[in-house]
Design a binder for this molecule. Structure first.
Ligand code: UD1
Length: 432
């Protein structure tokens, strides 16, 4: 396995480039299955999740080709003949469940493994299933698989209201509805940028959508969606993570620049609270500059759906709060127990306590390097951030979690001046 070894306390400076969005790339790849020919997707990051989803797609008989140098994936579903997503792959990545909507939309039938548990809290798929049922699908559960079919081979279409609003359920509904015969309507749809960009691709393929970017999306069925070339948007969570890194490790007075960035995708809340900490931000159309203050101010946050504070950035914010001199809270409203990183951060001397769905952080305590364990994607990157500001050496184990969603993290941080390297290790070796 791989681990990251970080020598803390080096100031970050310079320029980094943000990669294509993982959470947007996955639905774009699913949408390609609805096309009548070869779809080409640009700005697709080189990540483990992209590789996993490529394999999920390939099981169906679809050809998937990733050009690493160009970050382009081409998907040709002409030979799709097996509308299935097996457990062995779905268990590795929940977003594989997008295959349900994509296969129903294209083939009118699908056999997709139910995703299993998750590193944090319950993550149900009830809304995905209810939405697809509302479109007219017949659904059965057989040996851990969802078996769905459209009577007569094509879904009639229908109306559904999400409660709560869900990114994944919105995408699955739109995938299936785009291949339906009639009209459909989704109420309380997610408005996250990932959904909006995904809708832009469907529209480029000839789908007839209205209300994109609002809470009500209407879809008029069309007979065929066309092949297209589409460019993915930058990763907003990678950008937010790097902006927090800049705030806690930047040299005061000297800006760090992030290119190929879209700050509007972070939502107003994140930008506002980061400014309230004293961090200076310059937001361009395709770049962001971050200047750390002499002293960060503690600012409490509450996660929320877009444009609220992204849940995927709350673990990183906890580390920022530990770098201030006061007390503040992180209130998680989307996944009430997404706090697997807290015991690891406590091992580094951070005084953070979980109280219900909140974490209370007492800033100003010295952060010490330690050996810590990754548990999930965003939790792991919070450990890396803590390692960057810690005194001494931090070793982050099980880096494969990070490789799911951060492209070349250690390379990008090294280029900014961090002392961070990747090593192989034997997880089960006795201590020397
Ligand atoms: C996506 C992101 C994930 C992010 C999350 C919230 C991807 C691949 N993942 O996950 O990084 O943390 O959005 O921004 O894009 N819910 C139900 N029933 C369902 C589905 C969801 O109750 O059938 C609930 C969830 O438990 C949660 C809320 O809806 O409380 C939002 O989850 P959702 O937006 O669906 O998250 P994902 O799409 O899984």
């Amino acid at each position: 396995m791989d681990r990251l070894v970080i020598e803390g306390g080096r100031p970050l400076t310079g320029v980094a480039t943000i990669s294509g969005s993982k959470n947007t790339a996955l639905p774009l790849m699913a949408a390609a299955l609805l096309a009548d020919g070869v779809v080409s997707l640009e700005n697709i990051p080189a990540l483990r999740d992209i590789n996993t989803f490529s394999r999920v797609i390939a099981v169906t008989g679809t050809t998937v080709d990733y050009q690493l140098e160009k970050r382009i994936v081409t998907i040709d579903p002409s030979n799709l003949n097996r509308p299935e997503a097996p457990y062995e792959l779905v268990k590795r990545m929940r977003a594989s469940f997008y295959m349900l909507g994509a296969l129903l939309g294209r083939e009118g039938r699908a056999r997709v493994s139910l995703p299993g548990g998750c590193a944090w809290g319950p993550r149900p798929v009830d809304l995905h299933l209810k939405g697809i049922e509302a479109l007219g699908a017949e659904i059965a559960l057989e040996q851990g698989y969802v078996v769905a079919s459209a009577p007569g081979g094509r879904l009639p279409g229908g109306t559904f209201e999400l409660n709560p609003s869900s990114v994944g359920a919105t995408i699955n509904f739109l995938l299936a509805a785009s291949g339906a015969r009639g009209s459909s309507c989704l109420k309380n749809a997610a408005t996250e940028p990932d959904v909006e960009v995904f809708c832009q691709m469907l529209t480029a393929m000839g789908a007839r959508l209205s209300g994109v970017g609002t809470r009500t999306i209407e879809i008029e069925g069309v007979d065929q969606l066309h092949a297209t070339t589409f460019s993915n948007c930058p990763d907003r969570i990678e950008l937010g993570t790097f902006m927090i890194a800049g705030a806690i490790c930047g040299a005061p007075g000297s800006a760090i620049r992030f290119e190929n960035a879209d700050p509007t995708h972070l939502g107003e809340c994140f930008i506002d609270v980061l400014r309230q900490t004293g961090t200076e931000l310059t937001l361009g159309e395709h770049f962001v500059e971050v200047t750390a203050p002499e002293k960060l101010r503690p600012v409490s946050i509450e996660t929320g759906i877009y444009p609220g504070f992204p849940t995927d950035l709350q673990a990183q914010w906890t580390v920022l709060l530990a770098c201030t001199d006061g007390n503040a809270k992180v209130n998680e409203t989307i996944y009430y127990d997404r706090f697997k990183h807290i015991p690891e951060l406590r091992r580094m001397g951070i005084n953070a306590i979980i109280v219900g769905s909140e974490v209370v952080v007492e800033g100003g305590k010295p952060i010490q390097g330690a050996q810590v364990m990754s548990t999930d994607l965003r939790a792991s990157v919070s450990l890396v951030l803590a390692g960057l500001v810690a005194e001494g050496q931090t070793t982050v184990l099980r880096v494969y979690h990070l490789d799911r969603g951060y492209e070349n993290l250690e390379g990008k941080l090294s280029a900014l001046g961090a002392a961070i390297r990747r090593e192989k290790y034997d997880e089960w070796a006795d201590p020397a």
